[in-house]
Write a protein that binds this ligand. Structure first.
Ligand code: NDP
Ligand code: OXD
Length: 306
């Protein structure tokens, strides 16, 4: 039984050491040095090449090295393969802190005062009055973010795929309720998984539905956002500002228009970083569960794509 690590775009030395310590006796290889592909049953993946999946005749499990699974070409996987992801309460707490911090930064106009300080300008203004925060996606992360915002005095609205009732949250669901939901959001947080249904969802029609004081915070995936529509919505004052942690292409190209846009605040995909310790514990537990023929943890629904 062999585990293949195909985690691209990062230095994997600590990850490989931690996996070997947690899974003694298991052969662990790092892509592209995959050895005999017929021996590989379990792949730990992050932005793995799509061509990999058809080369593994005995693949049983693909484990994402993060909360999202969009870096795994689900449609290229054989039908009986299970796909799992990392679910970590500490990751959700980090996300909640990030979102609260950025909502408050906009509410208190911190960006404006940082810029005014550079110019030695003294122009006091009352904090923005908007208090309604809408969260697209009320899953593992969205629900923790919602609770944190409620505890800090915000009115929280949520939008999800299926109908649900969460105490204290004004709930909307399905495409038909999306515009109505957006019309009530002073702050709109995207915490959706990236799927065929959610790609490009942050677009002109959504921005048109939002109030003109509305602020977009995208912490999900860059491909949720139609970039030109955002710039247009900001330039025509359809919405007021945006905070972006994720981008269609990362790192963001140095000549991208977002870098210097006065109404855009950016961070380099740091809203909630996967903890190596938690991730390795979950990967090892799933690898061992597979060996024993037991159920795996945090598997996604392949039909839904999340
Ligand atoms: P979950 O799978 O737990 O939750 C997904 C939520 O989105 C659910 O509420 C689901 O609805 C809703 N949803 C999915 N599809 C649709 C749809 N078509 N229409 C409406 N609602 C939909 O995901 P997590 O909360 O764990 O993570 C969300 C995303 O956050 C990840 O996929 C990843 O992209 C991103 N992320 C970003 C990080 C960062 O650092 N920036 C760090 C970690 C994750 P329902 O409840 O009805 O099923
Ligand atoms: C994740 C991420 O999905 O870091 O875990 O974006």
């Amino acid at each position: 039984m062999t585990l293949l690590v195909c985690v691209t775009g990062r230095d994997n030395r600590k990850l490989m050491t931690a996996l070997r310590a947690s899974l003694p006796g298991i052969a662990i290889r790092e892509w592209p040095d995959a050895g005999d592909l017929a021996e590989i049953e379990f792949v730990l993946a992050w932005n793995a090449p799509e061509s990999l999946w058809q080369q593994l005749p005995n693949l049983k499990v693909v484990q994402s090295f993060g909360a999202g699974v969009d870096g795994i070409a689900l449609s290229a996987l054989p039908a009986d393969v299970q796909v799992c992801r990392i679910v970590d309460p500490a990751l959700a707490d980090d996300m909640a802190e990030y979102v609260l911090g950025h909502v408050l930064a906009h509410k208190l106009r911190l960006g404006l005062y940082y810029r005014q300080q550079q110019q030695q300008l003294w122009r006091p203004k009352r904090a923005s009055g908007g208090n309604r925060v809408g969260i697209l996606g009320l899953g593992q992360l969205g629900q923790v973010v919602a609770t944190k915002l409620q505890r800090n005095g915000f009115e929280v609205l949520g939008w999800s795929r299926s109908e649900k009732t969460i105490p204290g949250i004004v709930q909307f669901w399905g495409r038909t309720q999306l515009s109505e939901f957006a019309s009530h959001c002073d702050y709109l947080i995207c915490l959706l998984p990236l799927t065929a249904q959610t790609r490009g969802i942050l677009n002109k029609s959504l921005f048109e539905a939002m109030p003109s004081n509305g602020v977009l915070i995208n912490v999900a995936r860059g491909a949720h956002l139609h970039e030109a529509d955002l710039i247009d919505a900001l330039d025509t004052e359809q919405i007021a500002a945006a905070t972006l942690d994720v981008f269609a292409s990362e790192p963001l190209a140095t000549d991208h228009a977002f870098w210097h846009h006065p109404k855009i605040t950016m961070t380099p995909h740091v809203a909630a970083l996967t903890s190596l310790k938690t991730a390795v514990a979950q990967i090892a537990a799933n690898m061992q569960a597979m060996q024993r023929g037991q159920p795996l943890s945090h598997c996604i629904d392949l039909d839904l794509g999340y």
